[in-house]
Design a protein around this ligand. Structure first.
Ligand code: BGP
Length: 475
């Protein structure tokens, strides 16, 4: 059998993309709430269009999302019906600390997640908890400048101490920051950064990255101290970088972009800054403010496992190449003529999944956890809400086959696999509902219309079979 006994099959969501109820249960406002649907979303996510409050004339999809806050029992029952062994979800920071800098947590928020975890346990589903999935209290952005301010390390330490203490025995698997490398690509979403006119953006991004890396190491330390059973991982937006051609200039570009990506996990897994990063920061004149204590905390608290999302590889060319640009999960890349593309222009590269898995495993030699993989597509439901989503089944089948080969033939240690968006939810990149990933269809459109009714797609029954046979039957 390729997949080990106890392999954690499941699905992954993020609080802001599914919960809604943004102003209920004492919750405070976060950066992710004020990211509108529509043309300005990109600029807001990148920190170049300042939007720290709800503005007239915009639709904010996170406010209600798919209202999982009120539907979680129904949704977890559906996950259980598929046979989920794990459910990856994230904590809304502002449910626990509405402002971020208060002394005491909000009990209602803590109770909400406790109930949710108990609901999972009822079905034997192991929660996999992302401590922050792109969210940062808006108060910490307005008053402290987001993650560029070291004081956020203390706010985060306080948050994780509360979480590890309260959920001791209920939660064992934790991820510190979702797609930590997203800071470089969507800095408002990844670190609450809004840039001032003329500000050195590279400096702001790397200082914020440093603060998150140190906060992540503190979380690992605190989590292990509170419960030695805790397994704490990092989370990378992964995808190998391919050179556009075998021209050494393209190969070098791919190498540099790969290092830029792995920088984060190099620190979280090895415990120190790699030389290529130190040299780059020196050239850019960036001082991240590393203290002796930071060095020690980073060195002594490396992660237990490496988790990552995989949607596609990234093909890159040297700046003087004439290769055509393409999109793909916020990472600039060029068109790869060997691959097909999704409705949203993201490459589809199942073999690239095996390549990426091997690259990460070779580099760190720690257990891996695939915590996001999936296809965002347009679904056409029939009158009963049923979608014959063979294209989604095909995508997932081909990726699982490659993961299987990586385990069986390459000997990679893998803890589990959670697909992105087992239930349709709001797209992080575009704010759309119509970019659907789910096994479960949700009746809601891009502008907030719909009954929110849930219905099973064809892929629901397919994934159920995959899990029941521990990945043996992918037909
Ligand atoms: C990752 C994020 C998720 C998720 C996914 C799909 O970057 O961790 O939050 O949304 O990408 O992206 P999108 O929603 O833009 O299709």
């Amino acid at each position: 059998m390729a997949f080990p006994e106890g392999f954690l099959w499941g699905g992954a969501t993020a609080a802001n993309q599914c919960e809604g109820a943004y102003n209920e249960g004492g919750r405070g406002v976060a950066n992710v709430d004020v990211m509108p649907h529509g043309a300005d979303r990109q600029a807001v996510g990148c920190g170049t269009r300042k939007m720290l409050d709800f503005e007239d004339g915009y639709f904010y999809p996170a406010q209600k999302a798919i209202d999982m806050y009120h539907h979680y029992k129904e949704d977890i029952a559906l996950f259980a019906e598929m046979g989920f062994k794990t459910y990856r979800l994230s904590i809304g920071w502002t449910r626990i600390f509405p402002l971020g800098d208060e002394a005491e947590p909000n009990e209602e928020g803590l109770q909400f997640y406790e109930d949710l975890f108990r609901e999972c346990k009822k079905y034997g589903i192991e929660p996999l908890v992302t401590i922050t999935h792109f969210d940062c209290p808006i108060h910490l952005i307005k008053e402290y400048g987001g993650w560029r301010n070291r004081e956020l390390i203390d706010m985060y330490k306080k948050l994780v101490t509360v979480l590890f203490t309260r959920y001791k025995g209920l939660v064992k698997y934790w991820l510190t920051f979702n797609e930590i490398n997203m800071i470089l690509h969507m800095p408002f979403m990844g670190a609450g950064l809004v840039f001032e006119e003329g500000e050195n953006q590279i400096a702001a991004k790397y200082i914020s990255a440093h603060n998150e890396l140190v906060a992540s190491a503190w979380a690992t330390k605190i989590g292990h101290e509170i419960d030695p059973e805790n397994k704490i991982g990092c989370m990378l937006a992964a995808g190998s970088f391919y050179p556009y051609t075998c021209n050494p200039k393209d190969v070098r570009e791919a190498q540099v972009r790969g290092q830029e990506n792995y920088f984060f996990v190099d620190v979280q897994s090895r415990g120190y800054y790699p030389n290529y990063a130190l040299k780059m920061l020196e050239r850019e004149g960036v001082d991240v403010g590393m203290t002796e204590e930071d060095k020690q905390i980073l060195a002594e608290n490396t992660v237990d496992f490496i988790s990552f999302s995989y949607y596609n590889t990234r093909t890159v060319a040297s700046p003087d190449s004439s290769a055509e640009n393409a999109s793909g999960n916020a990472f600039a890349s060029v068109k790869n003529s060997y691959l097909t593309y999704t409705d949203w222009g993201w490459p589809v590269d199942p073999l690239g999944f095996r390549i990426t898995i091997n690259e990460i495993y070779d580099r760190y030699q720690k257990p891996l956890f695939v915590v996001e993989n999936g296809l965002g597509a347009i679904d056409e439901p029939d009158e009963n809400g049923y979608v014959a989503d063979d294209y989604r089944i095909d995508y997932l089948r081909k990726h699982i086959e490659q993961m299987k080969a990586a385990i069986e033939e390459d000997g990679v240690e893998m803890l589990g696999y959670t697909t992105w968006g087992p239930i349709d939810l709001v797209s992080a990149g575009t704010g759309e509902m119509s970019k659907r990933y789910g096994f479960i269809y949700v009746d809601r459109d891009d502008y907030g219309n719909g009954t929110l009714a849930r219905s099973k797609k064809k892929s629901f029954f397919w994934y159920k079979k995959v899990i029941a046979t521990n990945g043996e039957d992918l037909a």
